[in-house]
Write a protein that binds this ligand. Structure first.
Ligand SMILES: Cc1cc2nc3c(=O)[nH]c(=O)nc-3n(C[C@H](O)[C@H](O)[C@H](O)COP(=O)(O)OP(=O)(O)OC[C@H]3O[C@@H](n4cnc5c(N)ncnc54)[C@H](O)[C@@H]3O)c2cc1C
Ligand code: SF4
Ligand code: SF4
Length: 474
């Protein structure tokens, strides 16, 4: 292919005559190359009808069940000691989805699905191969029953990354970590779940939104914290109707059906007030009679008026942040991360659950912050894409791959380190080989090989040399 658009007309748009000469030279060079090239053979690689799913969150389990119900063998590797991700921690008050019912549904379905295996305490340690045949190594931490680190080796056709995200800890911000009166929404949720919230003597609760989100460091919206704040406010109001509850926000993002819980909260008397994003609220511990309280001051962005309120409990809606583990998984699977540290999709509209690596998919909060309902839908979408691949049974493609001439290869291993696809197989003896399923045909190994033992089908050295005079002598 001659790329006249990007490599000629766009870069030389101010010099059209010279661009024309260059376009002719590129075309002549490519034609000379094609004349000398040999046809690439086609190859067929059988696909192992199975999937590995990293994480056992709502996105992961939705995809796992969908795949297993459709006849695929599914292995779920969960690094923690429970499954269900944040669902099992019951962080939610009144969201769109009934979390308890969803968790029970997953539990019973997993028990009754023989094609689904869930391994806890297990993480990805290594991965070789490519779409259809990923050779993965999993590491299982010692448990009471085994007592030793187990290495589990499997071959799977596709991989889904669904490892969720973390919650940001606002250390030393708004007195968090210094005062027991300051909690994050996640901590309040756990306390509500355990029944350990005691506010019978309290008068006011104040919540601050967008703590650590939508700033220079993390420009994105964490998406679920507004609905969680409203849900928690409603739950507090139900248990302690006398409380004055205020939610301080920049703009409230209870979108979609969660607008209904916002309406419910307004009717219940919960107050929603805006603060100026350029002048975040100021929090000071203070005493009011015998009570310890938090003194909160803020400015209204429209009128500039200053406000002041005393809170017996201050709740911070903190950012959802990518797991630091993402870097490790990304380097093993060779998939890119976004600037924010989340796993990046191949195309935001055309391939939203695929990654740059064929056969590796993403779903849930490891891709970007999202609600349970959104994670569930994305898990289903990923499963549909994975099924479409696995059902083909085999990968058919032209073998534009590297070939190593055994007569020339001296086993210096120069090519092994530079191959971005880890496609070069080093047998104990004899010349090296290339795994055609993994090879991307990039040609880096051919350029690196000092013995000139490697050629890439469709881009053989001989053909490239034939095309060069037309390009450089134009
Ligand atoms: C503080 C907070 C409040 C929220 N409030 C709401 C709300 O009110 N309403 C709502 O709809 N949504 C809310 N959400 C979002 C909701 O939690 C998620 O949408 C939902 O849990 C689905 O996330 P997930 O499927 O991506 O993974 P998660 O639930 O995050 O689970 C990820 C799983 O992967 C496992 N894991 C992590 N690393 C690895 C690894 N390396 N290998 C294997 N396994 C791994 C974890 O142990 C965990 O089990 C909230 C999220 C947070 C953080
Ligand atoms: S969901 Fe609400 S609190 Fe959370 S970052 Fe977005 S706007 Fe801020
Ligand atoms: S052509 Fe590229 S992907 Fe294929 S073996 Fe050589 S370096 Fe690896």
């Amino acid at each position: 292919m001659v790329n006249i658009r990007e490599q000629c007309s766009w870069v030389h748009r101010d010099r059209p005559d010279e661009a024309l000469v260059k376009a002719k030279a590129l075309t002549a060079g490519t034609l000379a190359h094609v004349r000398a090239a040999s046809a690439a053979a086609s190859m067929t690689i059988p696909i192992t009808p199975s999937a590995l799913i990293l994480g056992s969150s709502v996105a992961a389990l939705t995809a796992a069940l969908r795949l297993a119900d459709n006849g695929m063998e599914v292995l779920v590797a969960e690094s923690g000691d429970t499954f269900g991700g944040r669902l099992s921690q019951a962080y939610f008050g009144k969201p769109e989805v009934n979390v308890d019912r969803l968790y029970r549904h997953f539990l019973s379905r997993i028990r009754n699905q023989p094609r689904l295996r869930v391994l806890r305490h297990t993480e990805l340690a290594d991965c070789r191969g490519s779409l259809g045949n990923f050779h993965v190594e999993l590491r299982r931490r010692p448990t009471e029953s085994s007592g030793v680190v187990e290495r589990i080796r499997e071959t799977v056709g596709t991989i889904l990354i669904a490892v969720g995200a973390d919650v940001w800890k606002p250390e030393n911000l708004y007195e968090y970590g210094r005062s027991p009166l300051v909690l994050t929404q996640a901590e309040l949720a756990t306390a509500l779940d355990r029944g350990s919230v005691h506010l019978a003597q309290a008068r006011g609760v104040l919540m601050i939104q967008c703590v650590g989100s939508r700033n220079d460091e993390r420009p994105y919206c964490s998406r679920s914290c507004c609905q969680q704040a409203v849900s928690h406010a409603l739950e507090l109001k139900e248990h302690f109707p006398h409380l004055r509850i205020t939610i301080l926000h920049r703009d409230l993002r209870t979108y979609g059906l969660t607008e209904m819980i916002y309406q419910e909260a307004r009717h219940a008397g919960i107050r929603f007030l805006r603060y100026d994003e350029n002048r975040p609220p100021v929090v000071k511990p203070t005493r009011f009679g015998r009570r310890s309280t938090m003194d909160v001051r803020w400015d209204d962005p429209d009128t500039g008026a200053s406000f002041h309120e005393r809170a017996d409990l201050l709740v911070l809606s903190t950012a959802t942040v990518p797991s630091p583990e993402n870097h490790h998984i990304a380097s093993i699977l060779r998939v890119p991360l976004s600037a924010d540290g989340f796993f990046m999709e191949r195309h935001v509209k055309l391939a939203p659950v695929e990654t740059a690596v064929e056969g590796v998919f993403i779903a849930g909060q490891c891709h970007s912050p999202k609600t349970i309902a959104e994670a569930l839908v994305q898990g289903d979408a990923a499963a549909a894409k994975m099924l479409a691949v696995l059902r083909q049974g085999a990968v058919h493609r032209a073998a534009f791959t590297a070939v190593i001439d055994p007569g020339r290869c001296s086993r210096c291993l120069s090519c092994v380190g530079v191959c971005p696809a880890q496609a070069i197989i080093v047998p104990p003896l004899g010349p090296l080989r290339v795994d055609p399923g993994a090879c991307q045909g990039c040609g880096i190994c051919a350029a690196e090989c000092p013995a000139r033992a490697i050629d890439v089908a469709g881009a053989e050295e001989e053909g490239l040399l034939q095309g060069m005079p037309s390009v450089f002598c134009a």
